[in-house]
Ligand binder design. Sequence first.
Ligand code: NCD
Length: 307
Amino acid sequence: MKELRGKDILSSFDFDRETLEHLFEEAETLRKKLSTTHLKIADSKTMATVFLEPSTRTKMSFQMAMLKLGGSVIDFQPESSSFQKGESDLDTMKIIDGYSPDIIVLRQSKPFFPHSIKEEIAAPIINGGDGTNEHPTQALLDVYTIWRELKRVDGLRLGIMGDLKYGRTAPSLSYMLTFFKDVKIYYIAPKELGLREEVKEKIRNKISFVEVERLEDIEEELDALYVTRLQKERFKDPSEYERLKSSYVVNLEALNKLKRIPIIMHPLPRVWELPQEVDSLPQAKYFEQAKNGMYVRAALIKEILGI
Ligand code: NCD
């Protein structure tokens, strides 16, 4: 198992199978404890959340997890800070780090930004999303959800659908699944939104995968279908976004055509690709998935703080 105490978490490859299973077990224990009480184990520890791109779930679940463990949180707010005066992201991070937080959770729009500054920052950095590159703790809650729902990850047949070109959750989820046995991923996307070559490079020979354009093209029964939104903010040409908008929708009609409806997951936020009518299906797990994020992030905080 990997020692996570004091470590940065920048990529899904920073874990291994044993560490993941340990975190999932720990998340189960914390779920039971935190449902009735707050703990005091992170007393005198502080987390700084620095989100330079919008966030609801990642930021709030990290903050809630830290508070429920008994720690404190300070939140950097870019819109009312010297950021507005032109201060750089690196200077901002150095200043926050100088106040000695025990963990910094960072979201930033440039791929590999946390990797490029980690030597200059003393606090462990958790990558809460670096542009289109990665979102390792989203993968953590995604795989935790699969592990809870299916009681296994080995042998998984998973469809990952949507914007695989600009989304960062698909790469991180794929990387994390390389630690498990006999997993097969079907990437489902229109040609223009297919998985980036650099991502395929990292999983080739480690996991079996197939690329298709439509859900109907998959002949095998899936265990889980992971839907993602079109990353509107990353499109340079708005007309391209408009053109691709209706290229995939996972509605009841599409799901009912499948031999068996798999569990439906989504990192959220959803826009039009997963209509509310799907919410009533017992297989709809995305709200549960978001909730799982708080517990598995609490487990991760506990390991990084060594408490
Ligand atoms: C994801 C992200 O930020 O990459 N959101 C999240 O953290 N749950 C997915 C997205 O924004 O589409």
